[in-house]
Design a protein around this ligand. Structure first.
Ligand SMILES: *[C@@H]1O[C@H](CO)[C@@H](O)[C@H](O)[C@H]1NC(C)=O
Ligand SMILES: *[C@@H]1O[C@H](CO)[C@@H](O)[C@H](O)[C@H]1NC(C)=O
Ligand SMILES: *[C@@H]1O[C@H](CO)[C@@H](O)[C@H](O)[C@H]1NC(C)=O
Ligand SMILES: *[C@@H]1O[C@H](CO)[C@@H](O)[C@H](O)[C@H]1NC(C)=O
Ligand SMILES: *[C@@H]1O[C@H](CO)[C@@H](O)[C@H](O)[C@H]1NC(C)=O
Ligand SMILES: *[C@@H]1O[C@H](CO)[C@@H](O)[C@H](O)[C@H]1NC(C)=O
Ligand SMILES: *[C@@H]1O[C@H](CO)[C@@H](O)[C@H](O)[C@H]1NC(C)=O
Ligand SMILES: *[C@@H]1O[C@H](CO)[C@@H](O)[C@H](O)[C@H]1NC(C)=O
Ligand SMILES: *[C@@H]1O[C@H](CO)[C@@H](O)[C@H](O)[C@H]1NC(C)=O
Ligand SMILES: *[C@@H]1O[C@H](CO)[C@@H](O)[C@H](O)[C@H]1NC(C)=O
Length: 563
């Protein structure tokens, strides 16, 4: 299936060939940075907490989740944010021996709310402990910091509107104080990109770097859907004027007349130079599965070669899923399974909560409670559910493969769940679109039921089966089977065969109602909820003793053609 292509100039000492996506599961707007022998990539996290994951690699092929840049409520304002708002498009820089992360937070995008995206940066010596945000004066999107190696001046580049009436977006800049975040030089319009410049224009994601006496301004254009692309310009000054590259767009899978490639929406690139002097571009792209991308926008990498001071990406060819690069063997796929028994008092960092948690929503580890002699995650359910724009008692992990199972074994209870009390798992996209299976007090009848609820554009379809038990026994596992084209929801009790209760086309995990956006991809959630009522004082404690993910060969073709 995979073809290893040895490209000129990619003599990177990689352990494995570089295979796309390099970071699977939704991880858009990658910003790549090398410091010494280590590479780092930060990606957008939207309404997920902690914010802004930072991945680390030493070979560009294998990436581990290393840290997060916003780890306390003081670092990030996410109260009540809808799907797709929150923290966007981080940009990593290394200035005066410190890491800097510039980013943006957006409480909502509804213009009637009159809250505009506000940019900030924070700094860190080790990428683990970060300062609180320093707020910048301009409002806008996709900020990045660039220190001019020639003058030592630091610039804030961002996408911003020309004013708050016409709102024609372009790339703007000022020299910035790293102490106050204020502009200490003129705030100027830098470049308006290569496309017709009107209020539909989305020239965004400015990244600046210096190479061989030229300043380069790398941006994204065309919006983040199928017209997304990367373009570049250069200048002899960080303040312009800018000469666009003769080969723009330098990255654009849609440019080849092929809207049938699986890899689409290629753009929002940043460049990195290896110690050996090879160049690579990290960028976002979608894997389209019969027209939609349930995993959202993932992080990809490709080669950059230079000629006469202009870069060419992937030798000027489209990005194909089957291609890997580097002179070493392909990575082993599928990856080993993931298992979590929640035996530590801290959650594995790959689990997230929604928005900013301000109550204690779960406990993990070995419980002092004699109810649960084993370890597990025990929820402190609140009034909110996955449908609310608040922080339910839920933890979520990004879906990492298009062909996998996610299963979770319930902890036993010593009592029954009442009306409105639920515990379960979910294939989650947003407060509008999450597909759940679990246990709750039955609707319209007494006792507890296994139930599934599918949400499709505001319509919900529920199914329930009586549990025939007055407590949750210790032998029930909830299962989501995720395949490229569909998700199937089931449960097993003891060694009985799996009972499949519901299935849904994967396109519903890539759907937003009108006027809302799909900026994330699917995650898997564990949750418990009082569904509007407090969890009563005498209701049993609920939770899970174990989660397992098993990955299969994905077998995704280069063209988005499904029989
Ligand atoms: C970009 O467009 C804006 C709005 O039309 C205009 O004010 C600005 O001068 C333009 N900037 C450049 C560098 O051309
Ligand atoms: C902006 O220009 C593009 C290309 O000409 C056009 O398709 C689009 O409709 C224009 N948008 C507005 C708001 O005028
Ligand atoms: C993809 O589209 C191109 C251009 O229209 C066409 O030539 C090619 O046959 C298509 N490929 C597949 C696999 O459908
Ligand atoms: C692909 O999506 C279309 C709707 O866009 C649907 O009618 C068709 O059944 C899907 N194909 C498969 C193989 O699921
Ligand atoms: C079972 O629940 C009762 C209250 O309903 C509680 O007093 C008791 O401690 C629980 N038993 C165990 C083993 O946890
Ligand atoms: C409960 O009863 C109402 C009214 O008859 C019905 O509309 C609804 O579908 C029932 N719910 C379930 C889960 O059976
Ligand atoms: C979603 O629902 C809205 C409002 O009922 C409707 O206008 C729209 O066509 C629906 N979209 C889909 C894809 O079903
Ligand atoms: C409970 O009993 C009913 C009736 O026998 C049966 O249909 C249902 O499948 C049982 N529930 C479970 C979870 O096995
Ligand atoms: C599941 O566990 C319960 C409680 O221990 C037991 O009564 C039941 O027989 C078990 N079911 C299966 C299918 O093993
Ligand atoms: C998904 O994995 C299953 C189980 O290994 C396999 O049978 C199936 O072919 C895979 N699907 C794709 C699209 O590769």
């Amino acid at each position: 299936m995979r073809v290893t292509i040895v490209l000129l100039g990619s003599l990177l000492a990689a352990v494995d060939a570089i295979k796309n996506p390099i970071i699977s599961g939704w991880n858009p707007d990658p910003s790549i940075l090398r410091v010494g022998k280590e590479y780092f990539i930060a990606t957008s996290s939207f309404e997920y907490f902690p914010g802004t994951p930072i991945y680390k690699s030493t070979d560009l092929a294998n990436w581990e989740l290393y840290s997060h840049a916003q780890t306390t409520p003081e670092h990030v304002q996410l109260y009540g944010v809808p799907t797709g708002a929150g923290v966007w498009a981080p940009s990593l820089s290394f200035i005066n021996g410190q890491f800097y992360l510039a980013s943006m937070t957006r409480w909502t995008y509804d213009p009637t709310a009159r809250v505009w995206p506000r940019v900030y940066f924070s700094s860190s010596k080790d990428l683990i402990t970060w300062t609180k945000p320093t707020w910048c004066e301009p409002w806008g999107i996709d900020p990045s910091l660039f220190q001019d190696p020639v003058t030592g001046k630091t610039y804030l580049n961002l996408m911003a509107p020309n004013n708050n009436i016409d709102r024609i977006w372009g790339i703007y800049q000022c020299e910035v104080s790293l102490t106050t975040g204020n502009c200490v030089g003129e705030y100027i319009s830098l470049w308006n990109g290569t496309l017709p410049h009107n209020s539909s224009a989305r020239d965004e994601g400015p990244k600046m770097f210096y190479k061989d006496e030229y300043y380069y301004l790398l941006i994204a254009e065309g919006g983040t859907d199928d017209l997304h692309r990367a373009t570049i310009a250069r200048s002899s000054s960080p303040q312009g004027p800018w000469t666009p590259a003769p080969n723009n767009p330098i990255l654009f899978n849609g440019a080849y007349g092929y809207d049938n490639f699986t890899v689409q929406s290629t753009g929002h690139a940043t460049f990195v130079e290896t110690l050996e002097g090879d160049w690579y571009a990290a960028f976002l792209a979608r894997r389209k599965i019969n027209g939609t991308s349930p995993l959202g926008r993932e992080t990809f990498l490709t080669t950059v070669t230079w000629k006469e001071g202009w870069p060419t990406l992937n030798d000027g060819k489209p990005i194909l899923l089957s291609e890997s690069f580097g002179s070493t063997p392909d990575q082993t796929y599928p990856p080993p399974p993931f298992k979590d028994t929640f035996s530590n008092s801290d959650l594995d960092p790959s689990w997230y909560q929604l928005r900013v948690p301000y109550t204690n929503n779960y406990n993990t580890g070995k419980t002092k409670n004699s109810k649960y002699p084993t370890s597990g995650i025990i929820f402190s359910p609140n009034v909110f559910s996955l449908s609310d724009r608040d922080t339910p008692s839920a933890v979520l992990r990004k879906q990492k493969s298009l062909n996998m199972t996610f299963s979770a074994a319930l902890l036993a209870t010593n009592g029954s769940l009442g009306y409105l009390q639920s515990v379960g798992i979910s294939a989650y996209l947003s407060e509008f679109q999450h597909q759940d299976i679990g246990i709750r007090g039955c609707v319209n009848q007494t006792g507890m039921c296994m139930y599934s609820t599918l949400l499709m554009n505001g319509t919900s379809v529920t199914n329930q089966i009586p549990l025939n038990s007055t407590s949750i026994p210790d032998n029930i596992t909830l299962i989501i089977r995720a395949e490229p084209l569909k998700y199937t929801f089931g449960f097993t009790i003891g060694s009985e065969p799996t009972v499949w209760m519901a299935n849904i086309a994967s396109s519903w995990l890539a759907f937003a109602p009108a006027n809302w956006f799909v900026f994330e991809g699917a995650s898997f959630a564990l949750f418990a909820s009082g569904n509007g009522n407090p969890w009563s004082f005498d209701a049993p404690a609920v939770g899970f003793k174990e989660v397992n993910e098993v990955y299969f060969e994905e077998g995704i073709p280069d063209h988005d053609v499904w029989a």
